[in-house]
Design a protein around this ligand. Structure first.
Ligand code: NI
Length: 193
């Protein structure tokens, strides 16, 4: 077990495309997965991709806090439980349609900043579990957003590169002063991620 330092925007590993994992239950991958859990817990994030701890392999760890799902459930009328920290190996995302929605995102590799990023609203995902089982399912809303953010790290993409209006890239401290209660709430939630 090891807490590894999280690389910041500008580090070359964060610009690379990560390699697929060829064999899941090797000592190297088992150690990487432990380190992702330890590093994410230490940093207090909800998602972490292997390149962020300097390992250019297609592995992500992500979670969705129950309160985020609950907030969306109230809006959509659906019951959506949270998602406990989950490892996805070699994930593939397939958007359900071209429809994108804007939402605030922060990233452990871009500390102090926050931005409004358009993301596909619904998608299907497919990946391998740490045991080598196929994991697949549908995601929407915040769940879909987290998956897109984490999987982008595997292609050397950080969220500012997905933004279409850079006026909404700002220091978190400034974003918290936005004079709109709905935006302020969304910013606060994104910073808790
Ligand atoms: Ni990130």
């Amino acid at each position: 077990m090891a807490i590894r330092p999280i690389l910041r925007m500008g580090h070359p590993v964060l610009r690379q495309s990560a390699r697929p994992v060829e064999s899941v239950q090797t000592p190297e991958i088992i150690e990487l997965i432990k380190d992702l859990y330890d590093s994410m817990a230490a940093a207090g994030g909800i998602g972490l991709a292997a390149p962020q701890i300097g390992v250019p392999l297609r592995v992500v760890l992500y979670s969705v806090p129950a309160q985020r799902m609950a907030a969306e459930a109230t809006e959509s009328g659906l019951e959506l439980p949270g998602i406990a920290p989950t490892i996805l190996i070699n994930p593939i995302l397939s958007p359900a349609s071209d429809h994108k929605v804007d939402g605030w995102e922060a990233c452990l590799s871009v500390p102090g900043l926050i931005g409004r990023v358009p993301r596909y609203e619904k998608l299907r995902f497919r990946a391998l579990s740490p045991e080598g089982m196929i994991l697949e399912g549908d995601a929407q809303g915040f769940h879909a957003r987290v998956l897109q953010h984490e999987c982008d790290h595997l292609d050397g993409i950080l969220y500012p590169q997905q933004m279409t209006d850079l006026r909404w890239l700002m220091f978190a401290e400034e974003a918290q002063k936005l004079n709109d209660p709905k935006e302020t709430k969304a910013v606060t939630e994104a910073l808790e991620d």
